[in-house]
Write a protein that binds this ligand. Sequence first.
Ligand code: UN1
Length: 476
Amino acid sequence: MHKHFIGGEWVAGHSASPNTNPSDLSEVVGEYAQADAALTRQAIAAANGARAIWARSTAQDRADVLERIGIEILSRREELGTLLAREEGKTLPEAVGEVVRAGSIFKFFAAEAMRVPGELAPPMRRGVEVAVTREPVGTVGIITPWNFPMAIPAWKTAPALAFGNTVVLKPADLVPGSAWALAEIISRSGLPAGAFNLVMGRGSVVGQALLEDARVDAISFTGSEQTGRGIAITAAQRLAKLQMEMGGKNPLVVLDDANLEVAVETTLQGTFYQTGQRCTASSRIIVERGIYARFRDALAQRTRELRVGHALHPSSQIGPVASAAQLQQNLDYVRLGCEEGAHLVHGGERIRASTEGYYMTPTLFADCDNGMRICREEIFGPVATLVPARDYEEALALANDTRFGLSAGICTTSLARAMDFRQRAEAGMVMVNCPTAGVDYHVPFGGRKGSSYGPREQGRHAVEFYTTVKTAYIAA
Ligand code: UN1
């Protein structure tokens, strides 16, 4: 049984739950311990106990620790990628790519530990120096989702540690394996005991205990908008610092002047890869009238050709859906789309493979109206909707007509349109002839409206959330 990591020790806790492989339900990836609120509080106490020592570590100490973690993750990419693919269901190349991203993030923040920005302001009063410095926030509670079992724990944990905070990580209950492997690597990295803790279990138990505990200074959460709203209310009540990445209903606009092949491949990548289970997935494909029929037919053709199968099978392009509940949600939305009058061009069914798993065909709806629920609510599966638009202005208006604002894309060969879209798209990230999903780790990640809350993640901008500013006035 895989145990929790608390105060530098492996702790069994009270119960365990099996982690099953969505590609093959007969395979148990491992047994993972489940914590209760009391054990979570024990981890919070351990993180608090380590605060002073880790906050006083030098930039070099922190860089060394993070560098070691990054190097080990990268050197074990195939093995860790296989574990990730087995527990989450993304294909092996996608999973190895995620592991590489996680390792690279640790190396990036190893260097960032040495670049914490500060300012010396010009004196306003004679003889009084004014300095602005950044300090750790304290103990950070990290709550991560199931769709990136290693990269998201990495991109929250790495900056937290780089800037001198201590961490309690609660990974998604569905996929604790990759986070456990990360914790095991961190346990040998030279961190002081208690600086990093892993507590596995349910959001309603472990997550809630983290949220409510006054000793947790800051919470970083990625997950659904609905859960995020609840978290914001609880965090606000006790004035905890908060960073949240939530859903998306990301538009990809395809204009008449687009390169058809680029538009089709960009759409396939953004909508169906990783089984559409990304908050950055393109789910509303807004297509200008002149290219609509040609684009729809070419996309339908390529969608039919996608090979769905076991995550570890070399020929698979799309893995299974991660869980029974998610599969059911996807199928419910397919039914709803048909009821709402969208035209089901392809897919929408559960399929059988050589092993029993949560497989479904990539699903393409055409002739959708942006007011339909399948165009307004995040589905989080391989389901794309095509929405026709009269012209660019209407396409832009449709793209912005959503309560989300994470990523927005456009396929066009017009520089003028691309520049205009970059300025007027109401989203945190804009993609021109690039998929809405699949982002780099050295630049800020996040969105607007219902997609994000609080300071950005990743890149240099991560310093904003994981530090607090101190202004000092010093006279001799
Ligand atoms: C990506 O598209 O590469 O949960 C990253 C998610 C996002 C990460 C997407 N937080 O899907």
